[in-house]
Write a protein that binds this ligand. Sequence first.
Ligand code: EPZ
Length: 430
Amino acid sequence: MEQYVIKGGNPLVGEVEISGAKNAALAILAAAIMTDETVLIENLPDVNDINVMLEAIGGIGATVQRVDRHRVKINGSTITDFNIEYDFIKKIRASYYLLGALLGKYGRAEVALPGGCNIGSRPIDQHLKGFRALGAEVDIEHGKIVAESDHLRGTHLYFDVVSVGATINVMMAAAMADGLTIMENVAKEPHVVDVANFLNSIGANIRGAGTDVIKIRGVKSLHKSEYSIIPDQIEAGTFMFAAAVTKGDVTVLNVIPKHLDATISKLHDIGCEIEEFDDAVRVVAKGRLRCTQVKTLPYPGYPTDMQPQIGVALALAKGTSTITESIFENRFKYLDELARMGAVIKVEGNSATIEGVEKFSGTRISAPDLRAGAALCIAGLATDGVTIIDDIEYIQRGYEKFEEKLRSLGGVIERVASEKEIQKFILKVG
Ligand code: EPZ
């Protein structure tokens, strides 16, 4: 197992290139199998979750040609299997997007039931509700979801819960259903819009993505396309908070500022200066950050995937802050790790009260999940001493070249794989 070893205290300064959005790419790779022609996908983030999704797509027989670390060609005409093994679902839940893609194209799919994960139980009842509304027979047998339909028909569906995954999964199935599907109370995240734009680029007829109502007119077949994934607003926000917490001056490049509105607003609230450009945002933090209140909400509200990052900032801010996590039921575990660094936090249900402290002290901590792991690295960068972070494989799932990008901004961080290397780092940094 590997660790990050971090010597904090340096303000992060400079420019960092943001990669393609992992959560858009995972769904678009699944949707790419819906056409029998070749699709070229560009601006893929080079992260482990993408590699697993490509393995899953190859595993059912699709032709996958990795052009380079950021581009792939996919051809779904060679698919021979409609069964996604538990091994893939266990590695990444998002392989359940193949359910909507296979059901839409072939009228059948078998996907292992995804379990819960570190941030919550993560049910998929809304996905199944959508498939059934389209006329599919959906059963749960021996830990598998078996979905079949010889004739998917358009429907008018109102989601009980705003769900990114369900919106995308059902949109894919509806793209090749017969007739008009209207979906209401849908997720409006930028990656939902990116998937709709990709589907339209291969011949689907989807209108309204990014609003509360999506209308889909099913088509009989789809065709080739060349498509570039949008930038990852969560990766961008993570580096923006790293600038805030280290009193730095960081410009994130290749972003869509509009996607960062809620994050920018909160960075303003806690005392950062923000400068927006066409495809970049600059964050400057000089003095101690200010406290604030934040509640995570579906887009365009404050993103739950940015909750640990602001949690670290507020743990060092002047005054008392509160965070309300309204999306997932178990996304505060990182606060226990922060408390071991000296943070003063009280969690009651889905709300955390944070008394800001002047500084953290370095110690050994563990990454509980992807976004919390990245946030704890930010905490280490703000700590004068040395912080060691275990379980960093979570971070490699969703952040491309994370330590290299932090080092390019002046962060003193190394990825190591032994106690000996940890000691060597500590001796080196003094
Ligand atoms: C996506 O997860 C993202 N993952 C998550 O990012 C992100 O946190 C989440 O959306 C919210 O933005 C990917 O895109 C691969 P949801 P998803 O369905 O689709 C409940 C990361 O760090 N719900 O929008 O699983 C659910 O329990 C990851 O990159 C149901 O009740 O999230 C949750 O409370 C972490 N029934 C809420 O909806 C359902 O059928 C939102 O979940 C589906 C969801």
